[in-house]
Design a protein around this ligand. Sequence first.
Ligand code: AMP
Length: 404
Amino acid sequence: MRRELLKQQAAIARVVERPESEADRTFDALGLIPELLSAINHAGYRNPTAIQQQAIPPALSGRDVLGCAQTGTGKTAAFTLPLLQHLDARAGNEPRLRALVLTPTRELAAQISASFSTYGADLDLWHTVVFGGVSDKPQIAEIRRGLDALVATPGRLLDLMGRGVVRLDDVEIFVVDEADRMLDMGFLPDVRRIARALPEKRQTMFFSATMPPEIRRLAEGLLDRPVSVAVAPISSTVEQVAQHVFFVDKAKKRGLLADLLRDPELKHTIVFSRTKHGANRIVRELGKAGIRAEAIHGNKSQGARTRALDAFRDGSLSVLVATDIAARGIDVEGVTHVINFDLPNVPETYVHRIGRTARAGASGVALSFCDREERSHLASIERLIGKRLIQSDGGRTPRTGAEA
Ligand code: AMP
């Protein structure tokens, strides 16, 4: 027998109905069982990301989920945690294939499988992963030993189904991950064939970074009255940006900025300011410190903005100070550093800001100044991007990539 413990108690999902407060934005508020909470704690996550906050409570209550989110948002945990909790609550004596996760590539399949191992470390559940391009013998041996959950790429799964190795009759939870990439890779017919082999009565969670019409149609066919959850698309460049935070008093920010900008490594820097007034003041203070900078914001004439941008583009100006609105839509290559002089209170804005560096595959550095009053903004940002910023001190300038 592969499972020693008979789990008798079904965990009851606690759906958060109160208006959201700081305390609600913790994993404790999501209704997860202690075994999962301790695994999350071991993984070092402090707070759920936006997609996790939105998706986990409805998923735990058994609802279908349509998630618009891409890699880097923490979406894997958003579906894996409720899936594991469901399997654990209804586990019988012997494992049966009750959960299937379909994903387009072997790398993603392996990552999801690793997440199952991490989050399910304290649960008595069995899973494995199958994908093409490698021998199927060890995969078949694993499946024959008995499984609760299977992570698979579509081609290999269909092959194993055709040979009678995998049956999907007992599947209670079905996850489609990265549906738009399945479309790009020509897998949609395979996904449809697999879905036809699943029981009608099941919970389905469907994730895609984008929702083109074909994907929307597929989702409509697979989902039953889903809860839609979406997080701002996080630029894939974010992964390539070394992100540092300086904890600094408000009054010391300008001095720190000038110190940092004296480092010749900061060749091509955009400094973000929340307000136009603030942007002007930064330019003035830098001028006093002997550092030339220009501001672009809504109060500047179009001509002044264009001149500043052109100078920044051709390299004759190395520091541009911008407000978020003025920076929207400007695309400058070769930005080595983004400095957040203040932290935005909307976390997605942070992602847009740092996306100005590390364009076209280059690496880049984002330096954020955080004073006491901005600590809660920082917490929201870290939740959204699913990781902690690296803490730096004023004495050293983090260099591209090397110290990240
Ligand atoms: P994903 O979008 O699922 O590929 O996850 C992106 C990364 O974020 C992975 O390395 C996860 O380990 C990590 N991660 C997921 N959830 C959290 C969280 N709540 N806090 C911190 N990191 C997380």
